[in-house]
Design a protein around this ligand. Structure first.
Ligand SMILES: [Zn+2]
Length: 447
């Protein structure tokens, strides 16, 4: 309800005329969807003020429509957000409620929700297939095993020969090896490698949709903080990668039939301190550790996204532990030194379309995030300087959205776009629709 109210309260300032969501007339033959992980709209809206040289992103913005920030999802994290884009649904509906499964003992060895089978609702890839169109995805999250024609999925960090061998198997047969043969200098799956792969796929496969996820800005912002000089240098490098794709499209003679959707999955906030809820839950007897401080048992545990934290009970019927944990956390929230901003009830989480399994969630005040220590002080310094995962209504969390090219009339600004509108917009540009999507064609948000 929270999100719905916001959705309809937002005013479409100037939207581009075009067919309504679900229209069958394609207006583009090729859609290039690029997600620059963690890019805030402030980067393109205030590039000059930041001394940021991003001519390619600015050119897409000037020739099309740019949003001052989409409404994202809760948590404002990479996998839930990317999945909301390609399903047009909030996390509670599409099923990818977090980056990782609840795994207190790390039995999954840090595994994320890599697999497309986790997605419960129809995807953009499936919708385009139904319309007999070809798709390509390069490092798009939650695509291992996805119904994509030319697939180089996102999986664990590619560091070893074995990682490379595994990527060959997870990708469309032959495709990863083919890309390796023409990308001899860039590190496999680095942003530069992904861009070279995109150029090769556009040249040799000509998919109707090409989705690319670039992740190195996110890494820089976690390490150095949002708007840090190092983060800006990374974005400038990414802009030059986008420039290579723009140049190729121009040279290929397909510029007039190509639509561009440039997005991010979430924004970023600086973080200096971490509050560690598990320390308090352990003190309350809800988590047991051995003499070395290692976890041996738990009644309630957390799923930590730094900018928010969600709590689940091992036994959802264990009301005593749920009540005790709630009491402990609510008491700690009263002390400003702990940096707890808001405590979410299951009803609030439901209204936000977030994790339906959590009995409680919290977000922090600014400068704070959440940590996962089991022992030691409740509050520590943060090793990372930037974080996300916060409530998507915080302006700094808003993801980017720029729409340009075929089927898009020039306009100054679009407002009221949500992250669930990304996939439906891509589908509509190609004359298709994602069945049951809550999101709409951003060119015509009244529908
Ligand atoms: Zn991300």
């Amino acid at each position: 309800m929270f999100r719905s109210v916001l959705r309809f309260a937002a005013v479409a300032v100037l939207v581009c005329p075009g067919p309504s969501a679900g229209a069958k007339e394609p207006v583009a033959k090729q859609v290039i969807l690029i997600s620059v992980d963690g890019m805030t709209p402030a980067e393109y809206e205030q590039a000059d003020a930041h001394g940021l040289r991003i001519p390619n992103i600015r050119a897409l913005m000037r020739s099309g429509c740019a949003s001052p920030g989409m409404m994202g999802v809760f948590p404002a994290s990479t996998y839930p957000s990317h999945t909301s884009m390609i399903t047009g649904q909030p996390p509670a509906v599409h099923g990818v409620i977090s980056n990782t499964p609840m795994d207190p003992f790390n039995l999954e060895f840090g595994g994320w929700f890599y697999y497309a089978e986790k997605i419960k609702t129809p995807t953009l890839w499936q919708a385009l297939h139904a319309a007999h169109l070809k798709t390509a995805a390069v490092s798009w999250p939650v695509t291992v095993g996805a119904d994509v024609d030319y697939l180089l999925p996102e999986y664990r960090p590619v560091r070893t020969e074995e990682d490379v061998a595994l990527m060959r198997v997870l990708s469309t047969p032959g495709l990863f090896r083919e890309m390796q043969q023409q990308n001899s200098t860039a590190r496999p799956m680095s942003d530069a490698w992904r861009t070279d792969a995109v150029l090769a796929i556009l040249r040799t496969r000509r998919p109707s949709l090409l989705a690319l996820h670039l992740s190195e800005l996110d890494e820089a912002q976690h390490k150095y903080g949002p708007h840090a000089a190092e983060s800006h240098e990374e974005l400038e490098r990414i802009d030059s990668e986008i420039g290579k794709i723009r140049s190729y499209v121009d040279q290929s003679g397909r510029a007039r039939e190509t639509a561009w959707i440039l997005v991010s999955d979430h924004g970023f906030l600086p973080v200096t301190k971490l509050f560690h809820p598990l320390v308090a839950l352990r003190d309350a007897g809800l988590i047991a550790t051995d003499k070395n401080g290692r976890l041996v048992d738990w009644k309630v545990y957390q799923r930590n996204l730094t900018g928010s934290v969600f709590f689940e009970a091992k036994d959802p019927a264990d009301h005593a532990s749920i009540e005790k944990a709630t009491e402990v956390l609510r008491k700690l929230a009263v002390d400003p030194a702990n940096g707890i901003g808001h405590i979410y009830t299951p009803q609030e989480l439901k209204a936000l379309g977030a994790d339906p399994m959590a009995f409680l969630a919290m977000d922090p005040v600014k400068d704070f995030g959440f940590g996962s220590n089991l022992t030691g002080p409740l509050v520590t310094e943060s090793a990372s300087k930037g974080a996300h995962g916060y409530n998507p209504q915080i302006p700094e969390m808003h993801p980017s959205f720029i729409l340009s090219g075929a089927g898009v009339s020039r306009c100054s600004e679009v407002e009221g776009v949500t992250i669930e509108d990304v996939g439906p917009t891509a589908a509509a540009l190609l004359g298709a629709a994602i069945p049951g999507a809550e999101g709409r064609d951003a060119r015509n948000p009244q529908k």
